[in-house]
Design a protein around this ligand. Structure first.
Ligand SMILES: NC(=O)C1=CN([C@@H]2O[C@H](COP(=O)(O)OP(=O)(O)OC[C@H]3O[C@@H](n4cnc5c(N)ncnc54)[C@H](O)[C@@H]3O)[C@@H](O)[C@H]2O)[C@@H](O)CC1
Ligand SMILES: Nc1ncnc2c1ncn2[C@@H]1O[C@H](COP(=O)(O)OP(=O)(O)O)[C@@H](O)[C@H]1O
Length: 284
């Protein structure tokens, strides 16, 4: 473990503790159900990428709610997915949405989901719906965090955020009162309770469309499988976010092997990445 300044550099050893390996006594509900409200008419593919990443990270079940086209694509790729309303342990919202074109119906659905107070991951097009003080982790890139801070009266350009990502992640967590995962070549995670974690060692080949949607799915699955801890301990969300980012980075390295990758390749590399992280231990 390395701590540089106040930043804890996340390691595979620490990440391993946040992989919920199923037990003989488990069933799909005891493992955790992730509710996903993602995708839109404009970006149906983001829903597919998030769902693929979530199921390949390991979760009891995914319930998906979204526009018909996205739902059809999700089910064509992953027939395991259950559509429509139902009980979940955690939510993932916003990937593949645009706050500017989001329908009133979708806004109401996401607001109702977040009002349940379950641990939630909020990405891209739902960042404007985040309410402070809830067990929420947000996953913006620099442009998205710049726009979100502006809504709270703090003006900083994406370039300014990129120049000091750690400082801005900490400031955003304190201002918004949610855990912040600020994406970049090095990802910075800050919790309102003061935890600061850094994840590096990825590959720039990850800078390609849809890899953020994959990260959302990974984190959603991790949160759904640790819902109680995420609910009761703000720092648990930060450690889960760091684990998601490390899995994402390692899956990208595995998929790339030095060459280009597509976002779906990263999702497909997750099971082998997790098996390697666990040391090849078959189900404990
Ligand atoms: N397959 C999919 O369905 C994908 C969906 N995505 C979704 O797309 C939505 C928007 O995400 P973004 O991160 O793109 O949103 P941003 O709003 O952060 O980025 C859009 C901005 O990027 C700049 N930009 C656009 N095209 C550019 C170009 N060719 N060169 C330079 N600058 C350019 C413009 O300023 C534009 O306003 C999110 O909901 C996201 O989840 C993306 O993840 C990409 C893949
Ligand atoms: N140069 C880079 N090196 C390593 N990782 C990167 C780099 N650029 C982007 N990433 C990672 O790729 C992902 C991109 O996410 P995002 O910007 O949301 O893309 P999209 O909206 O297309 O899904 C993030 O996880 C980010 O940390």
């Amino acid at each position: 473990m390395t701590i540089a300044g106040n930043w804890l550099d996340w390691t595979a050893e620490r990440a391993r503790d946040w992989i919920a390996v199923p037990l003989a006594s488990d069933d799909k509900y005891s493992r955790g159900v992730l509710g996903m409200i993602t995708g839109s008419r404009e970006y149906p593919g983001a829903a597919v990428l998030g769902v693929e990443a979530a199921v390949r990270t390991g979760v009891g079940m995914v319930r998906y709610r979204g526009p018909e086209r996205a739902e059809n694509l999700v089910l064509a790729r992953r027939p395991e997915i259950v559509r429509g309303a139902g009980r979940v342990q955690a939510w993932l919202t916003g990937s593949g949405m645009d706050a500017g074109t989001r329908s009133t119906e979708t806004t109401a659905m996401v607001a109702a989901a977040l009002a349940e107070g379950l641990p939630s991951v909020v990405d891209a097009g739902c960042l404007d719906l985040v309410v402070g003080g809830a067990p929420i982790v947000i996953t913006p890139h620099f442009r998205e965090l710049s726009a979100l801070l502006s809504r709270h009266g703090i003006e900083a350009t994406p370039q300014q955020l990129q120049q000091a990502p750690g400082e801005w992640a900490v400031r955003a967590a304190a201002t918004l009162q949610v855990t912040v995962l600020l994406k970049g070549s090095v990802t910075h995670i800050a919790s309102p309770a003061g935890m600061q974690i850094r994840v590096s060692g990825s590959t720039p080949w990850l800078a390609t469309a849809g890899t953020g949607d994959v990260l959302g799915g990974i984190l959603g699955a991790l949160v759904a499988t640790h819902a109680e801890q995420a609910q009761n301990d703000q720092n648990a969300l930060a450690e889960l976010a760091a684990t998601a980012s490390l899995l994402h980075a390692q899956a990208a390295l595995r998929a790339s092997a030095g060459g280009p990758i597509a976002a779906l390749d990263v999702a497909e590399a997750l099971p082998a990445t997790i098996a390697a992280l666990l040391g090849g231990t078959p189900g404990r």
